[in-house]
Design a protein around this ligand. Sequence first.
Ligand code: MCU
Length: 413
Amino acid sequence: MQLFKAVQLGVTLTLLNLVHARPSEQVASRDAAAFCSTPSLLPNFNNSKLPNPFLFDDGREVKTAADWDCRRAQLNTLIQSYESGALPGPPQSMSVHFNKTGNATATLSITSHHQGASMTFAPTIAFPSGSPPRGGWPMVIAYDGLSIPVPSNIAVMTYANSDMAQQNDQSSRGVGLFYDLFGANASASSMIAWTWGVSRIIDALERTPQAHINTQKIAVTGCSRNGKGALMAGAFEPRVALTIPQESGSGGDACWRLSLFEQNEGSVVQTATEIVQENVWFSTNFANYVNDLSVLPFDHHSLAAMIAPRPMISYENTDFVWLSPLSSFGCMSAAHTVWEALGVADHHGFEQVGGHPHCAWPDSLSPTLNAFFDRFLLDQPNVNTTFFQSNMVFNNVTWNPAQWIDWKTPRLH
Ligand code: MCU
């Protein structure tokens, strides 16, 4: 665990050309496409509070659920441009081999070919025992291994995301299988490169019926740095049915602006200025904005809200100040307004407790997790999933929603 890792000094931040990204969401008509389009950068944007998720870039209000689909498409473009780097589409061609390696284990070997380059990654699957339900097994994709308990009737895929895009330190920039395919100078940060891999896994499973995985019932999880990644995958890949970031902290379910506030109030938390020096989770371009967060036309409440109305529950640990616990609580409170607006507040959960090591699972949280699995992966629609609570005593820092959230939650349904 490197939670208290010292800030690395003297790192040169290379400023690359701005990316020109496109939304991956499908837009119904040409009119809708124009309505949802956005410049990739908004040079006049300035807001020290959390940006109102219910405003389009030109100031129009988000009024319907369809409007939210458009707003999501705008956020998709903006977040790629400012923060994550560009998320490519599928490769020119892909071949898939499903290999049973034991009674209840298999590998899904995925080879991508793109512009003369090729690359293979092969996540493993552990299957439940017995025969699959109609439609196939639900499945959890676990970034770099599992750190939450998963019910025995859900398959678990282990996805070696750190092989897809390394995340050791600054020397990991452009290193990993993703960059073997797209080139070391691809603007994609490691986190969006991992997202690309999740999308290819789902593509591969969609064309591999003999794997008996239900591609409508796929969850993504990871802890800490991998929790940041799980959140981004849920935000950018609409086929992810359930997103479960665990102790993702700053860069995950925390907001940049709130983490800076928490630091200014005297806590030693991870901030955007630190994170771009520590690792390659975000694009080189993001370093252009970390010293004046007001210019970001989104924050991570917007990233999380891209998941809405699909379900998400995030878990945080109050014992580790570095995770910026107030920021996560405030950020998810702000994101929650979008699920509320869409009439599905119980699709968004947040639990923040202490008393356990980083990325260890306290049994006390299992009922909330099982409820999300039961309802959204195991077809039990009536299970209660209203969970939103924090045990945090925010020391000297005060969470004052009115200071950060200046919007009224509309009704979009
Ligand atoms: C919470 O995730 C990260 C954190 O952002 C880093 O600053 C720290 O070095 O590592 C954490 C982590 O991934 O721990 C396993």
